[in-house]
Design a protein around this ligand. Structure first.
Ligand SMILES: Nc1nc2c(ncn2[C@@H]2O[C@H](COP(=O)(O)OP(=O)(O)OP(=O)(O)O)[C@@H](O)[C@H]2O)c(=O)[nH]1
Ligand SMILES: [Mg+2]
Length: 194
């Protein structure tokens, strides 16, 4: 199991910047605005608020690279589907994500996050298509599992599987930044690719 010894916000990329050519493996986290990408990255890094967590959605509008143990990078992608962001910002967002997915030479695995309480939306499926088109098979993560009642868990996970049309082999990891549920499983997925 990976033990986090050091973390470092290494690179911040805006819409017009070039995607950096790194020499260590990258693991990217995609998903709707407010789904919990930054919180998940903090949980993996054992940090409370190193990656900026937003009260308001649409906070992370850059691609943020966090180096862990000088061995790999966790990549916090900007969230999509924030209605108030405006059309221009949304367009800039999609260009940036597609550019990242298609040009990062070190990307090993994409994690696609979806809120366990919500239905899979059109833009979630679009994101999944882009990830596939770039040649990756994402691991889906159901976030905010602590907000579900015990009796809801099974049904919500099945709904996410249906929403993303997941087959038997595709992974769906239930996660909570609050309880740490799923953290080790995600770290194992990362370790496999190192
Ligand atoms: N209860 C609970 N709340 C969570 C969890 N993960 C994130 N949150 C909350 O959800 C809100 C959004 O979390 P972020 O981590 O900022 O989400 P994000 O996907 O990075 O959002 P953007 O940067 O806007 O794309 C914050 O208020 C978090 O505290 C979780 O596992 N459980
Ligand atoms: Mg964020």
């Amino acid at each position: 199991m990976i033990t986090v010894k050091s973390v470092n916000l290494t690179t911040v990329i805006g819409p017009t910047s070039r995607i950096p050519e790194n020499d260590i493996p990258e693991f990217a986290f995609a998903g709707k605005s407010n789904v919990g990408k930054s919180s998940l990255i903090n949980s993996l890094m054992n940090r409370k608020s190193y990656a900026r967590v937003s009260q308001k959605p649409g906070k992370t509008q850059t691609i943020n690279y966090y180096t862990v143990n000088d061995a790999f990078l966790l990549v916090d992608l900007p969230g999509y589907g924030y209605a108030k962001a405006g059309e221009q910002a949304q367009a800039a967002w999609s260009r940036m994500i597609e550019k990242y997915l298609n040009t990062s030479g070190q990307l090993r695995q994409v994690f696609l996050l979806a809120d366990a309480r919500r239905e899979v939306a059109e833009n979630d499926r679009m994101m999944l298509d882009w990830i596939h088109a770039a040649g990756f098979e994402p691991v889906i993560i159901a976030t905010k599992m602590d907000k579900l009642k015990r009796s809801e868990v099974k049904g919500r996970l099945e709904a996410l599987r249906r929403g993303f049309s997941l087959g038997e082999v595709e992974k769906l990891i239930p996660f909570s930044a609050q309880t740490g549920l799923g953290r080790e499983q995600i770290l194992e997925e990362i370790e496999k690719q190192l």
